[in-house]
Ligand binder design. Structure first.
Ligand SMILES: Nc1ncnc2c1ncn2[C@@H]1O[C@H](COP(=O)(O)OP(=O)(O)OP(=O)(O)O)[C@@H](O)[C@H]1O
Length: 435
């Protein structure tokens, strides 16, 4: 193998290491961009995860792929997966990060079968998720793909937010984003409705994770994509079990407000919301003291922004709740994500409203958690690279939806807004046809 001997990109401080410095212990899993490997440095007894990401051919695609490394390297927090180093070789980007031996929360939820987590566990984990997410919002970064599969546990039970492959840095100069990366089960109503998204969209997604922790089910279960989107847009979810404290019921109601303005920011949840005292009780005191907003200094933010191609980052530094109302998309791995383009002149919602009910016969109970079944239509290989979704008319989309596994709603997609990619593009056409 040939390793690149120079630092491949200027901003991330890399030691220009290579995989030669690591022993691969095993493959942990395969994502749509490549593999995750458990490794051990040759000069150290620790264990780390290396994400091996195939770099696309285009320059812009490569820059987008590097976003995860750039952001992760700048986001240091107890509740965010720690970055170690990154390097490139043979057309791949390698990101070495902390290994979370407790696995992801989706696995933990599945392991519970039907035994609910105790309220203490739910509050402890949720409080840590809020701290991690607040940290990134303070730095004007949106995660955009918060879901139980992207939230990890260490062996001592600490929560870590991971997978920043869909994250973006906010840019206050544009009214709102033209595209969004997210997972249908966790995507907020404003995304489906082609309205601006911001930090409150992450709050919605965390609401979904909180609900999953409380019930072991997703809040917006549906037999079809259309019905899923309708439920999300109405904020209609089955009530939480009665034994849970009133504060949790109340909080979830607020997090699932369909208008993002009515949703609390993470700062509010942690400091002034009715539940904040309950959450504070579940955090170690030393962590609480450290939680003063830690924004990037203007220069540091600008350096990240320049690297990511968004030069007006951090023009304003007012509080997250107010200043992040209007957000612009950062880079995504658009070259390889599933894509769902907003239709002209209708939003995705309107198109689906006018469509026949879409049946999804493969939706078995609990299949929403079965992400191993998702990600590909029958007959396609899970390991094949993500393709651009086939451009097509709404009719075509709906016929694709008809055949699709509902469980694909737990996979990550790019949702495109109108005017950008033409009419609605189906997210379920992994046929290998690129537009
Ligand atoms: N830091 C980590 N510690 C422990 N396990 C991890 C870590 N990062 C990723 N994993 C696990 O590695 C596997 C692959 O992760 P990866 O993020 O590459 O893809 P994915 O999340 O499965 O798919 P995609 O990113 O396409 O949605 C997953 O099972 C994930 O739980």
């Amino acid at each position: 193998m040939r390793w690149v001997g120079v630092c491949p990109y200027p901003y991330v401080k890399v030691h220009c290491a290579s995989m030669d410095s690591y022993t691969v212990l095993r493959v942990i899993g395969e994502g749509s961009f490549g593999r995750a490997l458990l490794v051990q440095p040759k000069d150290d007894s620790g264990q780390y995860v290396v994400k091996e990401i195939r770099l696309p051919k285009t320059h812009s695609g490569q820059e987008s792929s590097r976003t995860e490394a750039v952001l992760l390297s700048r986001l240091k927090h107890t509740n965010i997966v720690a970055f170690r180093e990154s390097f490139e070789a043979d057309g791949h980007l390698y990101i070495v990060m902390e290994y979370c031996a407790g696995g992801d929360l989706l696995q933990r939820i599945k392991q519970q079968k039907s035994t609910l987590f105790s309220v203490d566990v739910v509050l402890r984990w949720f409080a840590q998720m809020c701290l991690g997410a607040k940290h990134i919002h303070d730095k004007r970064v949106l995660h955009r793909d918060l879901k139980s599969k992207n939230i990890f546990l260490t062996d001592n039970g600490t929560i870590k937010l991971g997978d920043f492959g869909s994250a973006c840095v906010l840019n206050s100069s544009k009214a709102y984003a033209y595209s969004y990366v997210g997972t249908p089960y966790y995507v907020s109503p404003e995304i489906w409705d082609s309205r601006p998204y911001n930090n409150k969209s992450d709050v919605w997604s965390l609401g979904c994770v909180l609900y999953e922790l409380c019930t072991l089910h997703h809040p917006f279960q549906a037999r079809s994509w259309k019905s899923l989107i309708l439920k999300v847009c109405r904020g209609a979810y089955p009530p939480l079990p009665n034994h849970l404290p009133y504060e949790l019921h109340y909080l979830l109601k607020q997090m699932f407000k369909t208008n993002p303005r009515d949703r609390p920011s993470l700062n509010t949840i942690l400091t002034s919301h009715r539940i904040s005292r309950l959450l504070q009780k579940h955090l170690p005191p030393q962590q609480l003291q450290r939680e003063a907003p830690s924004r990037w200094k203007k220069e540091e933010g600008e350096r990240v922004a320049v690297f990511l191609g968004q030069k007006s980052l951090i023009e304003t530094t007012s509080s997250v709740g107010g200043s992040m109302q209007e957000a612009q998309s950062g880079h995504e791995r658009e070259h390889s994500r599933r894509k769902w383009a907003g239709g002209l002149p209708n939003t995705v919602m309107q198109v689906l409203e006018n469509a026949d009910i879409i049946s999804s016969p493969s939706m078995a109970s609990g299949s929403s958690f079965d992400s191993s079944a998702g990600g590909a239509l029958p007959g396609t290989q899970r390991t094949s690279p993500r393709r651009q979704w086939d451009r097509g008319t709404p009719d075509r989309l709906l016929s694709l939806l008809d055949k699709a596994y509902q469980s694909m709603a737990s996979k990550t997609y790019t949702v495109h807004k109108m005017d950008v990619e033409g009419p609605l593009m189906g997210p379920l056409s992994e046929t290998g046809l690129t537009p």
